[in-house]
Design a protein around this ligand. Sequence first.
Ligand SMILES: Nc1ncnc2c1ncn2[C@@H]1O[C@H](COP(=O)(O)OP(=O)(O)OP(=O)(O)O)[C@@H](O)[C@H]1O
Ligand SMILES: [Mg+2]
Length: 208
Amino acid sequence: MIIGILNRKGGVGKTSLSTNLASALCLSGSRILLVDADPQESALDWQASREGETLFPVVGMAKPTLHKDIPDLARNYDHILIDGPPGINDVTRSAMMACNLVVIPVQPSPYDVWAADETVKLFTEVTIYNDSLKGLFVINRKIKNTALGRDVASALGDYPLTVAQTAITQRVVFAESAASGLSVLELAPQGPASHELNALVAEILSLQ
Ligand SMILES: Nc1ncnc2c1ncn2[C@@H]1O[C@H](COP(=O)(O)OP(=O)(O)OP(=O)(O)O)[C@@H](O)[C@H]1O
Ligand SMILES: [Mg+2]
């Protein structure tokens, strides 16, 4: 499966979800490649801050030719994840064209729902060429014990994409993961964040 984690809005959790979903899939036995399509190279920085062996390769490819380059790479992996840049540009478009599934992280705020508009427009445009392309909103940084996530999920329901049943809660372990180059699943394998990530992976795999 080729999974792009894309959203025009910055700071919504594209890199956090890319690195951690890639890790969850890898730890469950799949051959994984993470493509860093963001010129900020955050996924590459994450990998570089890790001590010891890496779980899977991360390659920097912030190029508008991803849709042509990725099919060749895909032969050697079970899943390729693409960590997208913020903004909508040729690289985002090319990344989306390369995908079977687009995961759009959205924070539980109305601003994020409104900002999803442009990303959804691009999704709709790309489905004209690739009608099997699937799209999944994932609520990220859900605040525990609030109904905000639920309100946002219902607002997102107006878009022609599915909202994942699993939301990812705001937790400090994500900052620890970013700083250490380790995944949440390695830092706290039995913790609630790992539980949510594994549930999201199961949901994603069921879309294949
Ligand atoms: N579920 C979460 N819980 C707590 N912190 C989170 C969570 N998800 C992301 N963060 C934090 O939010 C910040 C932004 O996340 P991240 O870098 O993954 O977003 P991004 O969409 O990749 O940003 P950019 O658009 O700049 O590439 C980081 O500091 C990250 O640690
Ligand atoms: Mg990022």
